[in-house]
Design a protein around this ligand. Structure first.
Ligand SMILES: Cc1cc2nc3c(=O)[nH]c(=O)nc-3n(C[C@H](O)[C@H](O)[C@H](O)COP(=O)(O)OP(=O)(O)OC[C@H]3O[C@@H](n4cnc5c(N)ncnc54)[C@H](O)[C@@H]3O)c2cc1C
Length: 1006
């Protein structure tokens, strides 16, 4: 006898008493399978799919479309008899057909992400959001346990979380829904219709994984589980007899070593396609299950996903023909050296393994099926860590071969913390190139570890014994032989037992400053060898030039007991910076700031301060007081440090003789062992008709000669849109001057990061007239009545009548009178040619500051001066422009430290940036300083901050934090965790780091 089941209107919420039939998806008489959607109904919350879990045939009477059906009443029936299209009124309906309601068209599924190649399902660990909660792009809605770690599930669509929601603890197949996102809070389903732990979603509700371009989806894995690739050069296999196979399938078959005979084809008319070939290669799981299984008595519990993955990988590792080699190594020296450097022994051992591997690259290779070797030189070592739940997790320390120990330590500290709670991103545990397992701390006297497919060797470190610490390598014989491993272990032994040769150097990274190297030197007993030539010199070292470059160099040398003479053709040290550059211009800027700031007082509720009056005489008096005070302080300090400071002009007579022409008295010569040239770079005036000629009259000024103005000009023509031109333009604008700026290139501030530059230029153009692509024809007239004639981009000529013209057309070293050729010092263009250690072509002569070109900045000059000193002291050290910085004292101030994304990319660094406008910062809003932005640039691979870019008021103080981050090689995580005080603009650093970290984490699997 036939059996019939009722499909009833379910009650989906406490308030629901009835529902309306919207559509029938099956017709009476149709075959129905478990999981089929038979109808859609409208409830008081949303339109839902009615899914049945009973196989049979749909039978009427079916409720009419549009009919309102009471909760519990029948919508239709399922019968087990084919052809039975309607249940007669007198037939017995046995029971209800089990149904499930899934929101229909109401939401986008949040699916279980596939987070590694081996992952087939995951367990819901927590829900971070509840049904009805607002969801923003990037929100973490849940955490799931994969076969490797506990991962966040992030969504990329705004909306509201909606059920049915998979129960915590339920196992969901990859690509199947865990919940839904709806666009309207009213549609959110919180009815308690849940996907329970024992409800097999995968059996019933087939939801295809979301397409990659769908807005709401979980990051998909980088690598498809089945590799369908034919990148190799092997010729395609032959056609299988009597069968058809696509050319690509035959190529893939050659790569994967798959025999096409007997392979089922899923292409049109049974043609074998590439996917069929890829599928033919057994997966780890299939390999594991194809091995003989032994019956074990008892009631087994199911393995967790992680246990299963480990089990499959371990079984697959049986395909590796392995052998073991052990060597005892004395780790005492390495342990002590690591301790002195505050590096963990694990990290030091990993680095030692990498150092030794430089001679034995094979150790880092891998066998690839079929009959291929992957030769890789990236040392990405998996290092086993005990997780808090007692299992082993193997996070990967990336790029060991190229990173200094300090950087590795900071990577490791972060990784271990997350590995312990199994919170690792797939990239952090997938594809190690070598693995280290240290069980010494557990007291094991000897053990071997099992390499998994993908590596050729695994190192097992046991506890220290009377013979030393046993280091056992288990190798894959297809890649390595016993001698390879024995020789490698012997080298590793040497590396570990004599670490001083590499452990200090690995921290310097070739860019260490003098101070860094000095610190390094202090940790060892080696005495640095100074390259200052020995001899009966008047002075072991002479420094030519007393600006920031020369003065810092002389001070460092004197501080280390070297007898130094510093010759400077000005009465006081300080150079351009103090007398014609940084200091006087910032004194003017400070006065201009007061005027500019007062204009906005009324916005904050202070009236009556917006008519400030410039007292030029006092401005100049204050400026000169700062300069002279600092000049005197500097000279006093230099003399106090026993630097022999002399006034005069120095020029080389030969490689060890300098002629000095003092201001008064006869020229004289001195002999020297080594020299440092830091003579700066004066303002450069291009050959524009009248420009050079009018320098003498004072009608045309430069940054060298602008410091004697009787009053600010009423009208100022500026030629050149670089940093100096822009600073001067805004200063004089604030002093009430009308300014015209002419720039011959298309863009002003070309040296500033593009976006920052654009925003600053837009702001500047509101205050002054800027003409780019200008053809400057002539500067003529006399002071107070100058004419600046130019043509614009279209060739239209104009004349700007002004009091004076400022040529802000750059700076260029002038070494014409230095006698460099006599000393064997070569030039590179106008600048002195040096290497990163500031050494010139004459090995005993160094050069620093503006005279070597590059960034012409005071702190750059000072740094290079110290690098030169450090090298002369034998401490080594290099100038690294990639960590240098600058501030443009515009309003708002522009600034940078390190690299922009474009600069980083040009260097092959995979860089990412995050930016935040000042307008969202609380403090900036309070003070009305909301213009601009801060950008953080990080190296994607290491998470290290490599650049910070600013356009903001107070950049001059904010930038210090950026400098510390870049110089200290801080990571996004470190900055994200730092506690910045509120309300200050520094909070943005933490925000930026967190934002970028989140973005990187979100995109890690895409
Ligand atoms: C308007 C302006 C604003 C600036 N603002 C900033 C700023 O805000 N921040 C910043 O970092 N930089 C700024 N700079 C740049 C900064 O001034 C220079 O980069 C810095 O001074 C360079 O230092 P230096 O030691 O290489 O050369 P200098 O400071 O030029 O010093 C060279 C010294 O050597 C002397 N000398 C030259 N030849 C001889 C010789 N043959 N014998 C003896 N002595 C000699 C010179 O007289 C001078 O004293 C600014 C520059 C200008 C023009």
């Amino acid at each position: 006898m036939s059996q019939h089941y009722a499909i009833t209107m379910p009650q989906l919420s406490d308030t629901m008493t009835e529902g309306v039939v919207v559509t029938w998806e099956k017709q009476a008489g149709d075959r129905v399978e478990r999981g089929d959607i038979v109808a859609t109904v409208e409830t008081d919350k949303a339109i839902m799919d009615v899914e049945v879990f009973k196989a049979g045939y749909l039978a009427g009477p079916l409720a009419d479309v549009g009919a309102t059906i009471a909760v519990g009443a029948a919508l239709g029936y399922i019968t087990d008899t084919a052809g039975d299209v309607a249940i007669a009124a007198d037939e017995v309906v046995e029971e209800q057909a089990q149904t499930e309601m899934i929101p229909h068209h109401a939401g986008t599924p949040v699916v279980m992400p596939q987070l590694s190649d081996t992952m087939t399902e995951g367990i819901v660990v927590t829900w971070e959001k509840q049904p009805g909660d607002v969801i923003k792009r990037g929100d973490i809605v849940a955490t799931v346990e994969t076969d490797k770690a506990i991962m966040d599930v992030e969504v990329f669509q705004d909306g509201f979380l909606s059920g049915p929601i998979a129960d915590v603890g339920s196992v969901i197949e990859v690509g199947h829904p865990m919940a839904f996102i709806v666009d309207d809070a009213a549609k959110a389903n919180d009815t308690g219709v849940t996907i329970s732990a024992d409800h097999k979603v995968k059996d019933t509700h087939k939801v295809a994984p979301p397409a990659v371009d769908r807005p709401a989806h979980i990051p998909m894995p980088k690598a498809a589980p089945v590799q369908v690739s034919a990148e190799g050069t092997l010729p395609p296999v032959g056609r299988p007899s009597g069968r058809q196979a696509s050319p690509y399938a035959r190529k893939v078959a050659a790569q994967l070593g798959v025999n096409l005979t007997g392979l089922a084809g899923t292409g049109p008319a049974g043609v074998i396609v590439a996917a069929d070939v890829a599928r033919a290669r057994p997966s780890m799981q299939e390999v594991a299950h194809s091995l003989p299984q032994v019956d074990v008595p008892g009631q087994g519990r199911k393995m967790t996903s992680m246990e299963k993955a480990v089990s499959h990988a371990m079984t697959a590792s049986l395909t590796l023909p392995t052998f073991n080699v052990t060597m005892n190594i004395d780790t005492a020296a390495l342990t002590a050296a690591a301790k002195a450097k505050k590096i963990s022994v694990t990290v030091a051992i990993a680095k030692a393994c990498s150092v030794a591997m430089a001679k034995f690259p094979r150790m880092n290779w891998a066998y690839q099926p079929v009959d291929k070797l992957v030769e890789r030189d990236n040392h990405d070592f998996g290092v086993a860590v005990m997780s808090n739940d007692g299992g082993l997790v193997v996070p990967i320390l990336h790029g060991i071969e190229k990173k200094p120990l300090e950087a590795l330590q900071s990577d490791w500290t972060e990784l271990v913390e997350r590995a312990r709670v199994r919170k690792l991103a797939p990239a952090e545990y997938s594809n190690p190139s070598f693995t280290i397992s240290n069980m010494g701390m557990l007291g094991v006297s000897h053990f071997t570890a099992i390499p998994t497919p993908g590596i050729a060797a695994i190192l097992a470190i046991a506890a220290n014994g009377s013979q030393g610490t046993p280091f056992t390598i288990t190798g894959d014989h297809r890649v390595l032989n016993g001698a390879d491993v024995a020789l490698y272990l012997a080298t590793l032994k040497q590396t570990i037992e004599a670490p001083e040769g590499w452990i200090q150097g690995s921290g310097v990274r070739g860019q260490g400053t003098a101070a860094e190297t000095v610190a390094g030197a202090a940790a060892t007993t080696s005495v640095p060898v100074s390259p200052i030539p020995e001899g009966n010199w008047d002075f072991p070292v002479v420094v030519v030039g007393g600006g920031p470059g020369g003065e810092d160099c002389a001070r460092d040398l004197a501080d280390h007991g070297v007898r130094v003479m510093m010759i400077n053709n000005e009465p006081f040290p300080g150079g351009e910076c103090l007398w014609r550059g940084c200091i006087p211009s910032k004194a003017w800027r400070a006065a201009a700031d007061v005027i500019r700031n007062r204009a906005h007082d009324a916005d904050m509720g202070v009236d009556g301060t917006n008519t400030p009056k410039l007292n030029w005489e006092q401005v100049e008096k204050h400026r000169r007081w700062v300069q002279s005070s600092r000049g005197e302080m500097a000279l006093k300090a230099d003399k106090g440090m026993k630097i022999d400071v002399r006034e005069g002009y120095g020029e080389f007579v030969d490689a060890h003789t300098l002629k000095i022409t003092p201001v008064e008295g006869e020229p004289y010569t001195i002999s020297f062992g080594a020299a440092v040239i830091a003579t700066g770079a004066p303002a450069f005036v291009p050959p524009i008709p009248g420009a050079r000629e009018n320098l003498a009259t004072g009608g045309v000024l430069t940054s060298d000669t602008i410091w004697n103005l009787a009053s600010p000009p009423k009208k100022l023509g500026i030629v050149g849109g670089g940093v100096i031109g822009v600073e001067m333009a805004q200063i004089f604008r604030d002093f009430g001057t009308e300014v015209l700026m002419l720039e011959r290139h298309e863009r002003i501030l070309a040296e500033i990061e593009e976006e920052i530059g654009k925003v600053l230029v837009a702001s500047l153009e509101k205050e002054i007239t800027v003409v780019t692509s200008a053809d400057i024809k002539e500067a003529s007239g006399k002071p107070g009545k100058m004419k600046l004639r130019y043509a614009n981009k279209e060739g239209v000529e104009s004349v700007f009548d002004c009091d004076v013209v400022l040529m802000a057309t750059g700076k260029r070293p002038d070494t014409s009178r230095l006698g460099l050729d006599k000393a064997g010092v070569a030039l590179d263009g106008a600048a002195i040619k040096v290497d990163a250690r500031c050494q010139t072509s004459a090995p005993h002569i160094y050069a620093a500051g503006d005279v070597i070109g590059g960034y012409m900045l005071a702190h750059t000059a000072a740094t290079q001066g110290r690098v030169a000193a450090s090298n002369l002291l034998g401490h080594g050290g290099e100038y690294d422009q990639d960590r240098d910085c600058a501030v443009t004292f515009s309003r708002p101030q522009a600034g940078f430290v390190g690299l922009s994304v474009a600069q980083a990319k040009a260097k092959g660094i995979d860089a990412v940036e995050a930016k935040m406008p000042m307008s969202i910062d609380a403090k900036a809003m309070i003070t009305g300083e909301t213009e601009g932005m801060i950008k953080l640039v990080a190296d994607k691979a290491s998470g290290r901050i490599i650049g910070v870019h600013f356009l903001a008021d107070h950049t001059d103080t904010l930038i210090g934090t950026g400098v510390t981050m870049v110089a200290g090689e801080m990571t996004l995580t470190q900055v994200a965790r730092a506690i910045f005080p509120h309300p200050t603009q520094t909070e943005l650093f933490g925000e930026l780091a967190r934002r970028l970290l989140n973005r990187l984490r979100r995109t890690a699997n895409k």
